[in-house]
Design a protein. Structure first.
Length: 257
């Protein structure tokens, strides 16, 4: 176990160094969510009726969108390792296969915490006033980390499967699509009937509503779901998908040559 933990620590340190040296990707991961936040709050916010201050409504969704951008960068980092010879070198050493991917995942969690803090800071400047207690803040951060965890394992899985940086970069389209078709920017009951069903039953919606409920005190779920049920559903989605894609990424990593 100590050997495995040492390998994970080494690969995480390497991942953080790669992130710190890729300034363009880090700036993009921060700037794009901030621009989206400004656009929705300042341009569309006055025309959207969500029953509360729009900045309080939209901030949790933009935070998860920022996590998606970070995960897309993880997919490209994994693909570079797979095709650039780094993994071939590691295969010749006594290193557990999944520790290589774990390093990228943990580094992504750290990077997304930084991005989340910046988005929170900008939203507060725009008027976001969370009503959360210290315990609710911790729960919200934990929920965000669970979301980042599963979507980063999905990104690692994609990075192992694809054969080019462009294909790995295409993952960003997927992670951008999910928050837009959810309760991130508008209530799901304003969507067409054929789209509302998908928005209510995809994993991003309960995560957003849980974070929104913890920070802004609006915990009612889509379709009037009880707050406790929303949180349980969000945790189930994140843990279940995280386990599925972690196992799938490990299997694909060992199978690829």
């Amino acid at each position: 176990m100590s050997h495995v933990l040492s390998d994970v620590s080494t690969m995480t340190t390497r991942g953080l160094r790669l992130v710190s040296r890729d300034a363009d990707a880090m700036i993009t991961a921060v700037v794009l969510p901030v621009i989206i936040l400004l656009m929705f709050v300042l341009v569309f916010g006055g025309a959207l009726d969500t029953g509360t201050e729009y900045i309080n409504y939209v901030t949790p969704g933009v935070i998860l969108l920022a996590a998606g951008f970070g995960a897309a960068n993880t997919a490209m980092a994994v693909e570079r390792d797979m095709s650039g010879g780094m993994v071939d070198r590691l295969r010749s050493m006594p290193v557990s296969s999944w520790t290589v991917l774990s390093g990228h995942v943990v580094a992504s969690l750290v990077k997304n915490l930084v991005t989340t803090a910046i988005v929170f800071g900008v939203s507060i400047l725009l008027g976001f006033r969370p009503a959360a207690t210290a315990l609710e803040w911790l729960a919200a951060v934990g929920m965000i980390l669970l979301f980042v965890g599963w979507i980063t394992w999905l990104a690692a899985f994609v990075g192992v499967l694809v054969r080019s940086p462009d294909a790995a970069g295409g993952f960003s389209f997927f992670v951008m699509f999910l928050p837009y078709v959810s309760s991130a920017f508008v209530p799901v009951d304003t969507l067409p009937d054929w789209l509302r069903g998908f928005a209510e039953h995809q994993p991003v919606t309960p995560v957003i509503e849980t974070v929104r409920g913890l920070l802004a005190g609006d915990a009612a779920g889509a379709g009037g779901t009880a707050p406790g049920d929303v949180a349980a559903l969000a945790i189930t989605w994140c843990v279940g998908l995280g386990l599925v894609f972690a196992v799938a990424a490990g299997v694909a990593f060992r199978a690829r040559r």
